[in-house]
Design a protein around this ligand. Structure first.
Ligand code: ATP
Ligand code: ATP
Ligand code: MG
Ligand code: MG
Ligand code: MG
Length: 283
């Protein structure tokens, strides 16, 4: 486009560079999802199909943007490292809607997500960031689970349930759940209690997958998994693991956290194990 007298507006496009050598976290959060959840009849306190759809949209972002190495989601929000993300997330959410929702749950209006980027200078803040979101997941889910048990099973109004819970600590809520409703909080699905963590894992050459000494973690398995050593292709050539190598193993692309299969886990992000087992994430 040739220069015109209108060209000057271009100079308003100021550089918004990010600091080098920092970890980038983009948090995506549904706008007005309290209303959106109501308008679409989301089950309370946790609509599993809606969480699964969020997980799918997060996976889509990681399919599109290899630089994103880890994602964490709860409720209507998702935190990720690096950009292009909000738009990809939003369109994937709409794109996969019918695949996840019951047939009669028709999308009523276009959902919107906001996004913000934060820069953290060191590993400590990145780990603490995910710990912060994980603790938030726990606190909110314990509150919401107790709140909706009081309303849906205990017959309280939402105002009464708020009053019942005002000033209570975690122990009190666990006790209400157990003694009044027979709910053992720690037996609720890990997806609800811990949120979702999205990472890539190494893909083994075929002839080692079949003889893998540990069971493969399936994408929808919500059990506490994290067996990264079972995914280590170096084991393929380790005689201690007893693999008969009739065929030469296919050359494995070295795993660096940006290739491999994208999986959704429900693990305890407050512990350092997640990071210790995946040293490539914060390299
Ligand atoms: P804002 O625009 O400021 O983010 P919001 O209405 O989206 O406002 P949030 O604090 O982001 O408020 O909370 C999201 C709300 O969306 C939750 O409180 C809950 O009511 C609802 N929600 C999101 N996901 C689910 C789900 N899977 N099941 C049930 N309810 C959900
Ligand atoms: P980038 O990701 O850098 O923005 P881009 O491929 O989107 O790359 P743009 O400079 O944004 O490149 O240009 C958009 C291109 O998309 C146009 O050059 C044209 O080829 C195509 N395009 C967009 N809208 C239409 C349309 N309605 N009809 C035909 N072509 C279109
Ligand atoms: Mg919010
Ligand atoms: Mg929101
Ligand atoms: Mg939110």
């Amino acid at each position: 486009m040739a220069n015109s007298r209108f060209q000057y507006v271009r100079s308003f496009e100021l550089a918004d560079n990010l600091l080098p050598s920092t970890y980038l976290v983009v948090r995506v959060d549904g706008k007005g999802f309290h209303r959106f959840a109501d308008a679409h009849g989301f089950a309370k306190p946790n609509d599993k199909t809606a969480l699964d759809l969020m997980d799918r949209a997060a996976k889509r972002v990681m399919e599109e943007v290899p630089d994103v190495v880890v994602g964490f989601g709860e409720s209507d929000e998702y935190s990720k490292i690096v950009t292009l993300i909000v738009s990809c997330f939003t369109s994937a959410y709409v794109f996969y809607w019918t695949q996840y929702m019951p047939k009669d749950r028709i999308l009523q209006y276009p959902p919107i997500f906001d996004g913000r980027i934060v820069q953290y200078p060191s590993e400590k803040e990145v780990k603490d960031y995910f710990k912060w979101r994980a603790v938030d997941t726990h606190i909110n889910n314990l509150y919401n689970t107790t709140f909706w048990a009081l309303v849906l099973q205990g017959g309280q109004t939402t105002t009464q349930a708020n009053e019942t819970l005002s000033g209570t600590v975690s122990g009190d809520k666990n006790e209400i759940l157990f003694s009044q409703f027979g709910i053992n909080y720690s037996s609720l699905p890990e997806q609800f209690r811990r949120g979702s963590t999205v990472v890539r894992k190494e893909v083994l050459p075929e002839n080692t997958i079949n003889q893998s000494p540990m069971p493969e973690q399936s994408e929808n398995d919500s059990s506490e998994l994290v067996t990264p050593h079972a995914e280590d292709p170096r084991k393929a050539s380790n005689p201690l693991f007893g693999h008969k190598q009739k065929k030469k193993p296919r050359p494995v692309v070295p795993f660096d956290g940006t290739n491999g299969e994208i999986v959704v886990l429900h693990v305890d992000m407050v512990k350092d194990d997640f990071w210790n087992e995946r040293p490539w994430l914060l390299r």
